[in-house]
Design a protein around this ligand. Sequence first.
Ligand SMILES: NC(=O)c1ccc[n+]([C@@H]2O[C@H](COP(=O)([O-])OP(=O)(O)OC[C@H]3O[C@@H](n4cnc5c(N)ncnc54)[C@H](O)[C@@H]3O)[C@@H](O)[C@H]2O)c1
Length: 343
Amino acid sequence: MQKKIFPFSAKKVSYYFDADFSLLSKLVDKHQAVLITDENVFAAHTKKFNGWKTIRISAGENTKKQATVDEIISQLIVLQADRKSVIIGVGGGVVTDIAGFVASIYMRGVKFGFVPTSVLAMVDASIGGKNGIDVGVYKNMVGTIRQPEFLVYDVSFLKTLPEGEWINGFAEIIKHASIKDEKLFAELEKNKLAHYQKNAEAMSKLIRTNAAIKSEIVRKDEFEQGERKLLNFGHTVGHAIENVYGLSHGKAISIGMVAACILSEQFTNFKQTARVIGLLTKYGLPTLAEFNAKKAFEVLKMDKKKNQHSLNYVLLNRIGEGVVKAIPMDQLEKLIHSIVRAR
Ligand SMILES: NC(=O)c1ccc[n+]([C@@H]2O[C@H](COP(=O)([O-])OP(=O)(O)OC[C@H]3O[C@@H](n4cnc5c(N)ncnc54)[C@H](O)[C@@H]3O)[C@@H](O)[C@H]2O)c1
């Protein structure tokens, strides 16, 4: 096991890499802990939850809504959770987002930690303190920024992760490589998904690298004034099409990353779109979609990153170097329509 501490403004967060789930009982008092997980993770790892107070929610993005928050809060009251309780989200990004959000508002905020169980949650969703829920088709419309106490990484959870969810997680890994780490991009080009699925050591190393990339970006800009915006690479179009079309997060942002590369060609003279498309394809991700540009643009206009008449868009100067540029809305609308027409 490797312990690493990332200092954020309000809290030092302990990351336990290459750990075992059983570590949890050393980090928290079982009587004060309430675990939140989803039905799939619970079914695949039932034994691990023995002896822990556990709240189970349905699986999937549809669960990430206010009604589930209300349900969890009712159960916390029944379990007599109080200000000293520690909430632990054990699951994918849906569980960690919702558990972190509930912990931030229950009794005006209780401590929380995460055991991420999907690739996406390990490299992305559980890191950085953003916790929230969707409102209708609008992703992460309501939420808080508050850091967990700890993250426990037990890669053995990944043995039961469905193939499609592995692919989803690799979309965020490719995102990190694209905006920050050309060396990682080249490593991913050399390997393929099966290499990481079969080789726990390689996967652990990949998770540590990606957790560090995200944590460093967040640490420099916890409240999203600048650098953190880079993490939205692929997310502007991605979010606009994700809920409207019921696409998985990874597939949606993969298409979004390609759209951002094409925009980059116009705004930053980016010339490596083919390489990005090549890598996404290698890891089983889609790079184009038939989507209704008008409908997507309506959702996009509501995007939280919108700043009056322009939208802060994450582009690439080159692979490994992301940049945020304000693009006027009218120009963006035209570009999105032209991308759709060109496909
Ligand atoms: N807070 C953030 O900074 C942040 C960043 C990125 C993504 N997110 C959010 O994360 C969510 C997506 O996360 P996700 O892809 O992990 O989705 P998810 O939580 O829905 O998990 C995907 C599926 O895999 C299942 N699963 C998870 N771990 C498993 C395991 N070990 N074995 C078997 N099945 C398992 C889940 O039950 C679910 O069906 C989105 O809501 C997104 O908005 C948040």
